[in-house]
Design a protein around this ligand. Structure first.
Ligand SMILES: Cc1cc2nc3c(=O)[nH]c(=O)nc-3n(C[C@H](O)[C@H](O)[C@H](O)COP(=O)(O)OP(=O)(O)OC[C@H]3O[C@@H](n4cnc5c(N)ncnc54)[C@H](O)[C@@H]3O)c2cc1C
Length: 452
């Protein structure tokens, strides 16, 4: 028996070309029979482990292949949790579903994430932009605000004065070039790939993934203060990493969040819809404990017993799943680095954070979106105690929702220092954020076990 472990990106290039709903001409017998002839191996039953973005979309695209090519593959999806969405999930302030939900994990996607964008339309989900959350933004270095801006002409002048014209222009050019290359993934002539490295090579991203964001942008003539202040503010809020450690592809992604959107009611609904439309059998609260070869098949052991499959897709961070696989398979799964991140959601009746926490005189206006830079701590100064602090609209009249990302847990005392006497509900969660991944189309990593 030969087992193949493929590191694979979702979704496949062919599937990307077609609308989610099957057009009539695709149901034609001629098309189906000619495709069937070219596809002699039919896999009757597949297990997908993980009902997050990766697993649900894997199920969806397998079901599309079923429809288009008459494959008849049955799909079982397992998740150890009792909900669909994985790290794309929401909570309600005070656990009160009558209040607006807050995203605990994946919050935004952008138009170049064509599949998610289109899915919102085809699944009749309401996209919401974040215009109402267009607050004044400040960049805090742990000791002082380096800059604050609100998007007006005066702020543009401030940015130009501090960084000149070239740094923003050259960064924008690098980001635009990355996006236009990325969009070529959706063309039908995009080469097939089996490993993340292959798609990165095929798209010409190798130099970006092998240099840090700082190195790459410096080589493009972007000034170091723009990188360590503006670009780093974006890499820290989006990927919890600094510009001198995160690779340049991810750095460019973090600067590409223009016109970001989310799904009203929660992004997890996209993944619920993927699963619903895939007609997969979904087993929630069903942890998988082992996957073992059985002849030309795989036995998946879970709390619902042992079941046999022709193929298994592990759509979860393998090293955190506690799933045992044969050593020969485990050896082929590379380590996947994660950043540990603390997410603190809270409600407050303070309309902005306390000036005294930021060493500002009483009555000073503190931005409601505080991003951070390590520029100061690199010179021996104090490091910011959090990665980002952002207001997210009101929970109810006179009360705001706030999200804070930090490397360390934030105590009640710390929160009281930033919002003195004004903290209502608090929800804390420690999460693992992939160093190189996001829920949007390109970067979901899944592992496929095939037999043959
Ligand atoms: C705080 C935070 C903010 C983020 N913000 C964004 C953002 O704004 N935009 C964006 O695009 N991305 C964002 N991301 C990244 C995004 O959330 C992830 O890349 C994406 O959700 C990963 O999806 P996945 O399906 O690969 O994994 P997961 O969502 O982790 O799904 C894996 C599933 O497998 C299940 N599982 C694990 N072990 C087992 C087992 N043994 N048996 C059965 N089931 C198991 C888990 O319960 C889970 O449901 C963010 C991540 C974090 C943590």
């Amino acid at each position: 028996m030969k087992s193949a472990v493929l590191l694979c990106l979702l979704p496949g290039a062919l599937a990307i070309q077609l609308p989610f709903e099957l057009p009539n001409f695709f149901k034609s017998k001629t098309v189906l029979s000619s495709v069937q002839e070219e596809t002699p191996t039919v896999l009757p039953r597949v297990a997908i482990i993980g009902a997050g973005a990766g697993g649900s979309s894997a199920a969806f695209w397998i079901s599309k292949a079923n429809e288009r090519f008459g494959l008849g593959v049955a799909i079982d999806v397992y998740d150890k949790e009792g909900y669909i969405g994985g790290r794309s999930t929401t909570v309600y302030p005070y656990d009160d579903p009558s209040l607006r939900e807050l995203e605990l994990g994946a919050s935004i996607f952008v138009r170049p994430n064509k599949n998610l964008w289109r899915a919102t339309e085809e699944f009749n989900l309401t996209r919401r932009d974040f215009r109402e959350e267009d607050y004044e933004t400040g960049i805090w270095d742990g000791e002082q605000f380096l800059l604050s801006f609100n998007g007006g002409w005066w702020d543009t002048l401030k940015v130009l004065w501090r960084y000149g014209l070239n740094a923003p222009r050259r960064t924008e050019a690098a980001v635009k070039s990355m996006i236009s290359t990325y969009l070529s993934l959706y063309n039908k002539d995009t080469p097939r790939w089996e490993k993340v490295e292959d798609v990165s090579d095929a798209l010409g991203f190798s130099d970006m993934v092998s240099s840090t964001t700082s190195e790459y942008l410096l080589s493009k003539g972007v000034s170091s203060n723009y990188i360590s202040e503006i670009v780093e503010a974006a890499t820290r809020v989006n990927y919890a990493q600094d510009a001198d450690t995160i690779h340049a592809l991810e750095g460019a992604c973090s600067m590409a969040a223009d016109n970001a959107a989310g799904v009203a009611g929660g992004n997890f609904q996209l993944f619920e819809q993927f699963l619903k439309r895939s007609k997969a059998e979904v087993f929630l609260n069903t942890p998988v404990t082992s996957i073992t070869p059985k002849g030309h098949q795989w036995t998946v052991k879970s709390s619902r017993g042992s079941h046999t499959y022709q193929a298994v897709i592990i759509a979860a961070p393998f090293h955190q799943t506690s799933i045992t696989v044969p050593q020969s398979v485990a050896d082929q799964i590379p380590p996947q680095p994660y950043v540990n991140l603390h997410v603190t959601l809270l409600s407050t009746n303070a309309s902005s954070p306390s000036p005294s926490y930021f060493g500002l005189p009483e009555g000073s206006k503190v931005p409601q979106m505080v991003l951070t830079s390590r520029a100061n701590s690199r010179k021996g100064g104090k490091e910011p105690e959090f990665n980002s602090l952002s207001y997210h609209g009101t929970t109810r009249p006179g009360e705001w929702a706030v999200k804070i990302f930090s490397k360390k847990p934030l105590s009640d005392e710390w929160l009281d220092g930033v919002f003195p006497g004004a903290v209502g509900w608090v929800h804390r969660k420690e999460v693992a954020d992939d160093l190189n991944a996001a829920a949007h189309d390109i970067i979901i990593i899944i592992i496929i076990l095939l037999t043959g």
